[in-house]
Design a protein around this ligand. Structure first.
Ligand SMILES: [Zn+2]
Length: 347
């Protein structure tokens, strides 16, 4: 049985729950990124949460969980879709830390440290929803619990766990998210609190062979839960040559010309899955040519505009200055929008 997650609901409709078994997903992340055990645990917890939170979305929506932190792992990013697909990476995959003295477990909180958790829900045409909270402990589950309470105002409990084998592969991974829906009764609340308090460790339950359905029954014990949906989940990255070639083009035209001149293949790696894409000078030349062609078409289609804002015309400039677009956009704004700080301080 591969990885999957389930959604469930209490019989009174007041409590919803997500539970997941994600060993293969986390093991794939580990082997793709060659993460150390503590980073495997940190990333695995976030991937597991991402898979469950992704299933809260609809259709083509995309969820991103981003941790920026001062601990040695520096940051973690996970992206999930609504159909069980999830991917992610750590900024520093090789962190080695001694096990925590108190319980001899992997010191995820020590690897993460303090920082922020950002949750981005990209709903296609609409402005993305962005919620940001400070990390509570860096242990991921507590941080997400606090995020749900403070940013989404949804009282929740989150349990996440990753257990490693002696050879540093993933033995078990999974978790749950339980949430009180608006207007939930005191009885529902205390039942969930009581049940969650009884669960000392998600990994212990997984080690005993408990399934996501079992987790639902444990967390919603006494509330007659019903499983409403079961979704296969997996590490999935949607990268391909075309997308990567766009990233390559974004490094700037002059840099591309230099690459062609050097006559060496250029290799780009997908940050999320470590898939390598190699481009020959000949291919880069073709990409550059196509890009220049479409630039020309753009300028032909758009008559020069005199009203000053002129964002369209900027596409022509990067070639002259070479450094590749980004910095130039800062300058034109000063004239029109009036660099606020400078002009207000005449002294
Ligand atoms: Zn990829």
């Amino acid at each position: 049985m591969g990885d999957y997650l389930v959604r469930g609901l209490s019989a009174n409709g007041e409590v919803r729950i997500f539970a997941a078994a994600t060993r293969d997903t986390v093991e794939e992340a580990r082997s793709r990124h060659n993460t150390s055990p503590v980073v495997t645990a940190a990333l695995g917890r976030l991937l597991t949460a991402g898979a469950m939170m992704g299933s809260m979305l609809q259709g083509e929506d995309i969820l991103t969980l981003q941790i920026r932190c001062d601990g040695p792992v520096q940051g973690l990013t996970v992206t999930a879709d609504a159909n069980g697909g999830v991917k992610g990476f750590a900024l520093e995959p090789q962190v080695l830390l001694p096990a925590r003295e108190t319980d001899h477990k992997l010191d995820v909180g020590g690897a993460v440290g303090s920082g922020t958790l950002q949750v981005i829900k990209d709903q296609g045409l609409k402005e993305p929803y962005i919620g940001r909270t400070d990390l509570v402990s860096g242990e991921i589950a507590e941080d997400l619990t606090w995020y749900f309470a403070s940013s989404e105002q949804v009282p929740s409990a989150v349990g996440l766990g990753v257990l490693m084998n002696r050879n540093n592969t993933v033995r078990e991974a999974g978790g749950f998210i339980v949430q009180l829906l608006p207007g939930a009764s005191e009885q529902s609340l205390s039942a969930v609190e009581r049940n969650v308090a009884k669960i000392s460790s998600v990994t212990d339950l997984l080690k005993e062979g408990k399934t996501p359905e079992d987790l639902v029954n444990l967390v919603l014990e006494g509330l007659s839960p019903e499983i409403t949906e079961k979704i296969p989940t997996a590490f999935r990255c949607g990268c391909n040559r075309e997308k990567v070639s766009k990233i390559l083009l974004s490094v700037g035209r002059k840099e591309l010309r230099d690459m062609i001149k050097e006559g060496r293949d250029v290799e780009l790696r997908c940050q999320f899955c470590e898939e390598a894409y190699s481009f020959t000078p000949e291919e880069i030349k073709r990409l550059l040519y196509t890009a220049l062609q479409s630039d020309l078409k753009l300028t032909e289609l758009k008559p020069p505009q005199n009203d000053g804002a002129g964002s369209q015309t900027e596409t022509e400039q990067p070639e002259n200055c070479g450094a590749g677009g980004q910095t130039e956009t800062e300058q034109p704004e000063n004239d029109s929008a009036g660099g606020q700080t400078e002009t207000e301080q005449p002294e």
